[in-house]
Design a protein around this ligand. Structure first.
Ligand code: ATP
Ligand code: MG
Length: 649
C-alpha cells in the first residue's frame, strides 16, 4: 500500500534533441545507465576517479569512512577549493577567460577574468590573514550580489576560514542570530545594495546586529552605493583600502578534505532554519561533477544561475561548481522586474547567455507577467534550461520549454537540498528523455529510492518517502553545534537511510516525481494526497498563475482542501471562477481532490528563496492566523492580508 496516493497523469515525453545529444558529454540513456551501474557497483572507485580530475596537495588514504550516519570522504587528503577554482586554470588557455560576468541593478557592468579573480582572491586572502583569520575561524558574509561576494567566499576557502553567507535581504536580527550561532570573528558587508531601485541598508543592519555579537572583532565594508554610513574606527575597514595594501601573491592553504568549508542555513520552508555544515573535498567533487554533467558545461558557455549566493544554489552553481569547471558564470544583482519585467530577457540577449538556471517560483512570475516580455528579446543564445527549488508544475514546465526555450532547449529539473550540497536527481540533458514535472533519475553515484515508513522500497507509482541509501561526497556532515539533531532530523525517521522530508513516487520508467513535503500531505477521507499534484491541476487552468493547497480539519472527511490561487494578470477573481476551478480539478484528477474552498490572493507567502510556505497557509486556513517561524518569510504583508481577510469572513 502506498503512503501517498498519486492521481496526476502526465504522459508527455521530450527526447533530447539529436544535435544536443551528439555534442553532449553523456550522449544516450545507455551511456547514463552504464555510468550509473558502474558507480553503483563500485562507488568508491567511481568517486575517486572523479576526484582525480581535481588538484590535491596530498592524496587520500581511504576514499570513504562511513560510520553511519557520520561520513568522511577522501580521508587524509589535502586540497583547497579556491585553488581548484582559480590556480588550476592559470596554466591553461582559461587564464584570460571571463570567470565572472556581472551586471548591477543600475546597469553597471564588470567582467573579471580567471587571472584577475585569482589576484583579487589572493589579495583578500592576505587581508583575512592580516586581520588574524586562521583556518577554522568563522566569517559572516552579508553582501549584495556583486563580484566581491565571490571574492570573499573564495578567499575564505583559500585560507581555510569557514564562511557563512547570510542573504542580504535578511534582517539585522537574522544576521545577529546566525553570527552568534556560528561564533564568527569577522563580518564582510557593503554600504548597501540595490533592489528594485532602492538601497538596502546592509551596513546599518550589521551595526545593529554586531551590538550583540561578542565574537565579532572586525567588519569589512565594500563601497557599493556611496550612501553615508556609520563608522566604528578600529572595527570597520573599507574593502578598497585594505585590499589595496595587500599583496596579490598568496599560497592556497592545503586543507584537510574534511575541513569545514561553510555553514549555511536552510530556507526555513518547513520550520526554523537548520545550520548545515559542508566540508571541503567531498563538496568540491560533488559540485564539480554535477555542474559538468547536468549542465553539460562547455568552454564557450555563458552560464547563468539566477539564485542569490545566500542560498545553497548560489554557493554550488553560481560560484564553486562553474569556477571549478573553468566556466564563465554570470551574476545579476537586482530584481527580475526592474525597471520592467523583461530584465532577465534583456540580460540573456545582451550577454548571449547559453544556460539559464532558475526556480519554478520565478517561472510562475514570468508566466503571470505575460509572454510579451520575453517575446521582445532574442533568446536564441539559450541552449539549456534548468529549474530547482520546488516541484515544477507541468504547465509551467511547458511554458518554460515553449516560450523561453523556443521548443529547442532541454530542461533539467534538478532535485536537491541544502543538505545534499549538489544536485542528486536530474536529467542529463543529452541523455535523458524528460517528462514535465519529473526530475527523472538519480545521477550516477546517487542511490535514491522511494520507500514506506518502515524502509521498504515501494513499487511503480506508489507514493512514499524520497530517501538516499548510500553516503555521497557532498552530503552534509552535521548541523552546526547540534550533532544530535543531525542524527534525529535526517537518519532516524526511516531506518538506515537519509531522509529529509520530501514525498515522491517513481513511475514505471524509474522516473522520480516529487509530490511535495511529507509534512504537507493532505488526508482526505482516508486518501493521502501530495500538494504538488492538486496544485498542478489548478495551475493547468489557463487563467491561473500559481496555487498552493493545504488541509484544514473537516469533521466528515478528516481534512478538507483549501486552495490559495493567484491569477494571471488581467483576470478578475470572480466568484464563478471559484466553482470553475473546483470543477476543473475534479475533471483533471478526480472528485476526491476537488478543493472545498478556493481563495484568490495577489501573492502567496514565500521564503526569501522563493518557496511557498504552506505551513503558514495551513495555520491561516484553520485558525485565521499564522503563528509559526516567519524569520525567512519574504513579505510579511502577504501574510497579514491573508489573515485579515479570513477574519472578515
Ligand atoms: P527547510 O529545510 O528549512 O524547511 P527547505 O527544505 O526549503 O527549507 P532548501 O534546502 O533550500 O530548504 O530546499 C530543499 C527542498 O526544496 C527540497 O527538500 C525539496 O522539497 C525542494 N526542491 C528542490 N528542488 C526541487 C525539485 N527539482 N523538485 C521538487 N522539489 C525540489
Ligand atoms: Mg529542507
Amino acid at each position: 500500500m502506498a503512503d501517498i496516493e498519486s492521481i496526476l497523469k502526465e504522459e508527455r515525453v521530450f527526447l533530447p534533441p539529436s544535435q544536443f545529444a551528439s555534442a553532449a558529454r553523456i550522449k544516450s540513456l545507455d551511456e547514463y545507465a552504464r555510468l550509473y551501474e558502474r558507480a553503483a557497483r563500485e562507488p568508491e572507485g567511481f568517486w575517486a576517479e572523479v576526484a582525480k580530475e581535481l588538484h590535491w596537495f596530498s592524496p587520500w588514504t581511504q576514499v570513504l569512512d562511513w560510520n553511519p550516519p557520520w561520513a568522511k570522504w577522501f580521508v587524509g587528503a589535502k586540497t583547497n577549493l579556491a585553488y581548484n577554482c582559480l590556480d588550476r586554470h592559470l596554466g591553461t588557455p582559461r587564464k584570460n577567460k571571463a570567470a565572472l560576468i556581472w551586471e548591477g541593478e543600475p546597469g553597471d557592468r564588470r567582467t573579471v577574468t580567471y587571472q584577475q579573480l585569482h589576484r583579487e582572491v589572493c589579495r583578500f586572502a592576505n587581508v583575512l590573514s592580516r586581520l588574524g583569520i586562521r583556518p577554522g575561524d568563522r566569517v559572516m558574509i552579508y553582501m549584495p550580489l556583486i563580484p566581491e561576494i565571490a571574492v570573499a567566499m573564495l578567499a575564505c576557502a583559500r585560507v581555510g576560514a569557514t564562511h557563512s553567507v547570510v542573504f542580504g535581504g535578511f534582517s539585522a536580527e537574522a544576521l545577529r542570530d546566525r553570527t552568534n550561532d556560528a561564533g564568527a570573528k569577522l563580518v564582510i558587508t557593503a554600504d548597501g545594495g540595490y533592489r528594485r531601485g532602492k538601497v538596502v541598508p546592509l551596513k546599518a543592519n550589521v551595526d545593529q546586529a554586531v551590538k550583540d555579537t561578542p565574537t565579532v572583532e572586525n567588519v569589512i565594508v565594500v563601497k557599493r552605493t556611496g550612501e553615508s554610513i556609520a563608522w566604528v574606527p578600529g572595527r570597520d575597514h573599507y574593502w578598497h583600502e585594505v585590499i589595496e595594501a595587500a599583496s596579490d601573491k598568496h599560497d592556497a592553504v592545503p586543507l584537510d578534505s574534511e575541513h569545514p568549508l561553510f555553514i549555511l542555513y536552510t530556507s526555513g520552508t518547513t520550520g526554523k532554519p537548520k545550520g548545515i555544515v559542508h566540508t571541503t573535498g567531498g563538496y568540491m567533487v560533488g559540485t564539480y561533477l554535477s555542474t559538468k554533467w547536468v549542465f553539460d558545461i562547455k568552454e564557450e558557455d555563458t552560464f547563468w544561475c539566477t539564485a542569490d549566493v545566500g542560498w545553497v544554489t548560489g554557493h554550488s552553481y553560481v560560484v564553486y561548481g562553474p569556477l571549478s569547471n573553468g566556466a564563465t558564470t554570470m551574476m545579476y544583482e537586482g530584481a527580475p522586474d526592474h525597471p520592467e519585467p523583461d530584465r532577465f530577457w534583456r540580460l540573456i540577449d545582451a550577454y548571449d547567455v547559453s544556460i539559464f538556471y532558475t526556480a519554478p517560483t520565478a517561472i510562475r512570475s514570468f508566466i503571470r507577467w505575460g509572454e510579451q516580455w520575453p517575446m521582445k528579446h532574442d533568446l536564441t543564445s539559450l541552449r539549456l534550461l534548468g529549474t530547482v527549488g520546488e516541484p515544477i508544475n507541468p504547465e509551467a514546465w511547458m511554458w518554460y520549454h515553449k516560450v523561453l526555450g523556443g521548443g529547442r532547449c532541454p530542461i533539467v529539473d534538478t532535485w536537491w537540498q541544502t543538505e545534499t550540497g549538489a544536485i542528486m536527481v536530474s536529467p542529463l540533458p543529452g541523455a535523458t528523455p524528460t517528462k514535465p514535472g519529473s526530475c527523472t533519475r538519480p545521477l550516477p553515484g546517487v542511490v535514491a529510492d522511494v520507500v514506506a515508513k518502515d524502509g521498504r522500497s515501494l513499487g511503480p507509482n506508489e507514493g512514499g518517502y524520497l530517501v538516499i541509501k548510500k553516503p555521497w561526497p557532498s552530503m552534509l556532515r552535521t548541523i552546526h553545534g547540534d550533532p544530535d539533531r543531525y542524527v534525529k532530523q535526517y537518519f532516524s525517521e526511516i531506518p538506515g537511510v537519509y531522509f529529509a522530508g520530501d514525498g515522491a513516487r517513481r513511475d514505471a520508467d524509474g522516473y522520480f516525481w516529487v509530490m511535495g513535503r511529507v509534512d504537507d500531505v493532505i488526508n482526505v477521507a482516508g486518501h493521502r494526497l501530495g500538494t504538488m499534484e492538486i496544485e498542478s491541476a489548478i495551475v493547468s487552468h489557463p487563467k491561473v498563475a500559481e496555487a498552493a493547497v493545504v488541509g484544514r480539519p473537516d469533521e466528515l472527511k478528516g481534512q478538507g482542501i483549501v486552495a490559495f490561487v493567484t491569477l494571471k494578470k488581467g483576470n478578475d477573481p470572480r466568484p464563478e471562477l471559484q466553482d470553475m476551478l473546483r470543477e476543473h480539478v475534479a475533471k483533471e484528477i478526480g472528485a476526491l481532490a476537488r478543493p472545498d474552498e478556493i481563495r484568490f490572493t495577489e501573492a502567496l507567502p514565500k521564503t526569501r528563496s522563493g518557496k511557498i510556505m504552506r505551513r503558514l497557509l495551513k495555520e491561516i486556513a484553520s485558525t485565521g492566523a499564522a503563528k509559526g517561524d516567519t524569520t525567512t518569510l519574504e513579505d510579511m504583508s502577504v501574510l497579514l492580508r491573508l489573515s485579515t481577510s479570513s477574519e472578515e469572513e
